[in-house]
Write a protein of this length. Structure first.
Length: 293
């Protein structure tokens, strides 16, 4: 697991809270704690280790997965991954082939230095986030955006930057996390909505898949785990147009006391509570999806 030390150093530099357990890396994300590493890797924690992680890092629960494979059949928890790049001429759908060719003709896609995103990615970022409706983030200033992006600069070996251009203008960008030669996590992708009709999304995903899967030989790329907080069409798009698939894995959750008993007691009232507190519905769904002991 050669990725552990570089990722720990990056999180330390970004002032992100993390801890090591038996050589595994875990980090605080919002109100919960998750592993840092490939989704295909099995992670293991006992109750004592979970309690210690919650003591060190805070949060309300620890969640982890146990890798891909036959043991996960029947699980509703999954990552969305792609194992093979499909060249344009081998794409089965004529409609998809047409969109790919138009995107590749109209958009130039390439890896870039982090400074390029910091200088020229702000407009795309704001336009993309503003289109999320009630899920939109609070927009940073241009200076805040640039400072945040530049924190990636010392870690170019594990944090890759890509951009798509139309007529010399950046219209999409991606920031990817690298875990050895196993996984490339398409952590953040932003598309300027005014240029979607130039098929920038097709060009960006195609070139990244080509690079990582066909040229560099990574085992797979991923768009992350399934969402529990809101509907997203991105993963459906990737599965339909680029051959991404659902890789099932068991989901394990350990709650800080007394959250577990409270969830069990409140489960019959889920629909009522979800209307009053929409974020609570995501937690109920997480609890429903976890692997039972």
């Amino acid at each position: 697991m050669g990725y552990v030390d570089p990722h720990a150093e990056m999180m330390r530099a970004k002032n992100r809270r993390f801890a090591r357990v038996d050589g595994q890396l875990f980090a605080r994300k919002d109100r919960w704690i998750v592993p840092v590493g490939p989704m295909s890797q099995p992670y293991r924690l006992d109750r004592g280790q979970c309690r210690e992680l919650l003591r060190q890092l805070g949060g309300l629960w620890v969640m982890w997965t146990d890798g891909f494979g036959p043991h996960a059949e029947g699980s509703e928890w999954h990552a969305v991954i792609c194992r093979r790049h499909v060249p344009v001429e081998e794409v089965a759908s004529g409609n998809t082939r047409s969109k790919l060719r138009r995107g590749l003709k109209q958009c130039e896609v390439r890896p870039v230095e982090v400074r390029e995103i910091a200088r020229n990615g702000y407009e795309t970022y704001c336009a993309a986030v503003s289109g999320y409706g009630h899920h939109a983030e609070i927009l940073p200033t241009a200076e805040e955006f640039a400072r945040r992006v530049m924190t990636d600069e010392p870690f170019g070996d594990i944090r890759h930057q890509w951009a798509a251009y139309h007529g010399g203008k950046m219209v999409a960008f991606a920031q990817n996390l690298i875990y050895d030669k196993t996984e490339v996590d398409y952590t953040l992708i932003k598309l300027h909505p005014e240029f979607l009709n130039r098929y920038s999304s097709y060009a960006l995903i195609y070139r990244m898949n080509e690079h990582y899967l066909a040229q560099e030989g990574f085992e797979y790329v991923t768009d992350g785990f399934r969402s529990i907080s809101h509907e997203t069409g991105v993963q459906d798009f990737l599965m339909k147009e680029f051959g991404f698939e659902k890789a099932r894995t068991g989901l394990h959750v350990h709650y800080r006391w007394p959250l577990g008993p409270l969830l069990r007691a409140a489960r019959p009232f889920r629909s009522v509570l979800a209307k009053a507190h929409p974020k609570a519905d995501g937690l109920f769904e997480l609890d429903r999806l976890r692997t039972r002991p």
